[in-house]
Design a binder for this molecule. Structure first.
Ligand code: SPV
Ligand code: MN
Length: 619
């Protein structure tokens, strides 16, 4: 308390001590001493405090105002445009078993390194302390969190993306348990983190703290986003629920019926475009918590905003996001091109200017980087940050502390040749194993390295796993195994191609696949049983194409899309079996059994019908 009294001015001391929580005071004092900021701002949820952070973001230069009221732009450094997997490490002790394949460092060594990097790192800066909630307030799902940051951009983003919880901390007294994040952008040069070689994201489970240093990119810095997902996966593991890298959306069915679905897709595979399709409603695009109650599964969105990929947002393909980005209101654009206070990005449907300011500083057509590579006018991972409520299709249950009842779970990846556009598993365990735990996605030009290489990414959550893979799969299998009517599990693939590499489905067809899944979750349509799962009947899809897209759906298109590709499916079972055999030797026994059964069904079908089996053979 003595430290707090000397380091905080009277108003901020009052705000902090209005929360009667000694653990919190201890934490704040400890890191103020270490980081040594010039000033400390304790943020309540008052309009003035929220407004102060917005203004400071502009005054400090981490954000700049754009032409439209409420819009700002932020740039991350040239080498700070994405999550840093290499320098994201778990601090481990001898008795902390994370299994193999995770990036770890001994806790003593990691803490020593981090604490020495943190020493005086905030000198000359203002520290912001924020109180926030993961999930809706006052709910069984809520996890509370305290964010330390010296970045006005990070503080501002958190206020857009998460629910404020200062009042909850005040009411909760000494009993509130919370996640903690200590972030510093480090030394800045032209408002971006300078010491990228000292970028570190260290996760300490024993203290529920994540440290993030010398970076500004939100995926590395915004504590409640991916940093908390790693902490939450461990908490969920202890407490018997699931923390997932999933959207959650409402699908609108007959007679005003609404059914909620969640969905996991690796980055750049159509996740946001799925939960944003016309005619349905969105609760969240990135992270959910799932819990069971009275034999049913419920989900909440951990966030209340979107930190979304802006590439390809244009009036035709993403009209609702486009609208939210072009009317007055709070929006942070990041890593776009700015000319005359107007932001431009790839795929926005406009002709970009040939010069402006971008993530490389002053940019001009033909500019190259140190490695002689051309610098694009906007980064492919450029983003926007908005509140969900600024979208017309925001679902009314976003803040419901009960969450929404989950009818189905969708897993999708970028897959040119194996999965059909949509299919359902035989049951929960079959879905967890052959769809979720078998999820792969092909690399795109947007990621480093070769294009079209398949990457294993179970539940699209591999980057965030903080428990052994075997345990994570077992938790999924167990989660709904005791439910009479667990959510249905579906696979989706928007990237299927024919032999000549032509896409077999249209951009908007996902609207039909979603409607079919909604009908299935109520038992309103039948399905055809194939060796890998249940697929739609032609007549049902024909009706839906007419109803939803006003399109005549031809049987020959259906046949091409839903033909069972036996060699590709066998190859997939082989790959996945091998991955588990080598990387997860302790995987639950049922995994190899279910994969083996899938293989046998495929081999039998091949004996009867050959390599490529049209759906009518299974009728
Ligand atoms: C993702 O890459 O899955 C994102 C963006 O949602 S990030 O915040 O970088 O994780
Ligand atoms: Mn994500």
């Amino acid at each position: 308390m003595k430290i707090l009294k000397t380091r905080l001015d009277e108003a901020n001391y009052k705000k902090l001590t209005a929360i009667p929580n000694p653990k919190l005071h201890q934490f704040v004092a400890e890191y103020i001493e270490l980081c040594n900021p010039d000033r400390v701002f304790i943020s309540t949820e008052s309009v003035e405090d929220i407004q102060y952070i917005r203004q400071e973001a502009i005054r400090s230069g981490e954000e700049a105002e754009l032409a439209i009221d409420g819009h700002t732009v932020h740039f991350d450094g040239y080498w700070d445009q994405a999550r840093d997997k290499e320098n994201t490490r778990f601090l481990i002790t001898k008795d902390l078993d994370l299994g193999s394949g995770l990036n770890c460092i001994a806790r003593d060594e990691g803490l020593e390194e981090i604490h020495s990097l943190l020493k005086n790192i905030m000198q000359g800066k203002e520290l912001f302390v924020l109180f926030l909630s993961l999930g809706p307030l006052d709910s069984l799902f809520s996890i509370y969190a305290v964010q330390f940051t010296d970045s006005t951009y990070v503080a501002h983003s958190e206020n857009i993306l998460y629910r404020p919880a200062y009042e909850v901390f005040k009411r909760g007294g000494p009993d509130i348990d919370f996640f903690k994040y200590v972030h510093s952008a480090g030394e800045l040069e032209e408002n971006v983190s300078k010491n990228i070689d000292k970028r570190r994201i260290y996760i300490d489970f024993l203290d529920s703290i994540v440290y993030s240093l010398n970076t500004q990119y939100a995926g590395n810095t915004v504590g409640l986003k991916k940093l908390s997902l790693r902490l939450a996966i461990r908490k969920a593991n202890r407490e018997g629920w699931l923390a997932e890298h999933m959207f959650v959306m409402g699908l609108h069915g007959q007679n005003n019926r609404k059914s909620y679905f969640t969905g996991a897709f690796p980055s750049f595979c159509g996740k946001t475009s799925t939960c944003m399709v016309e005619g349905e409603s969105i609760l969240g695009d990135d992270i959910d918590y799932l819990r069971k109650k009275e034999g049913k599964v419920f989900a909440v969105n951990v966030e209340k905003g979107i930190f979304g990929i802006i590439k390809d947002v244009n009036p035709k393909d993403a009209p609702l996001i486009w609208e939210a980005l072009t009317i007055p209101g709070e929006v942070i654009f990041s890593n776009v091109l700015v000319k005359d206070k107007v932001p431009y990005w790839q795929g926005d449907g406009r002709v970009p200017p040939d010069e402006g300011i971008n993530f490389s500083g002053t940019w001009f057509e033909g500019k190259i980087d140190e490695a002689q590579n051309p610098i694009p006018y906007a980064h492919p991972n450029a983003r926007y940050t908005i509140r969900l409520e600024s979208l017309k299709n925001c679902d009314s249950k976003l803040e419901d502390p009960e969450g929404v009842r989950v009818s189905g779970i969708i897993y999708g990846g970028r897959d040119s040749d194996t999965w059909p556009p949509v299919f359902e598993s035989f049951d929960w365990t079959h879905g967890v194993i052959t769809i979720a735990a078998s999820l792969e996605s092909e690399t795109t030009a947007a990621t480093l390295g070769k294009e079209g290489v398949r990457r294993f990414n179970l539940m699209a959550n591999l980057d965030f796993l903080s428990i052994p893979i075997s345990r994570y799969i077992k938790n999924h299998i167990d989660f709904a195994a005791d439910l009479k009517k667990p959510p249905l599990i579906f696979g989706a693939n928007y990237f299927l191609r024919d032999k000549n590499a032509n896409y077999l489905t249209g951009m908007h067809d996902k609207r039909v696949w979603l409607k079919w899944m909604e009908l299935r979750s109520h038992g309103d349509v039948g399905a055809i049983q194939t060796p890998t799962g249940l697929i739609p009947k032609y007549q049902d899809l024909k009706g839906l194409f007419k109803e939803v897209l006003e399109k005549d759906y031809r049987e020959e298109d259906y046949t091409k899309q839903f033909t069972l590709r036996v060699p590709e499916n066998l190859a997939k079972v082989g790959r996945i079996t091998e991955i588990y055999k080598t990387r997860v030797p302790d995987a639950p026994e049922v995994l190899s059994k279910v994969l083996k059964e899938q293989k046998e069904r495929l081999e039998e079908a091949k004996r009867s019908h050959g390599d490529y089996i049209s759906p009518d053979k299974f009728k």
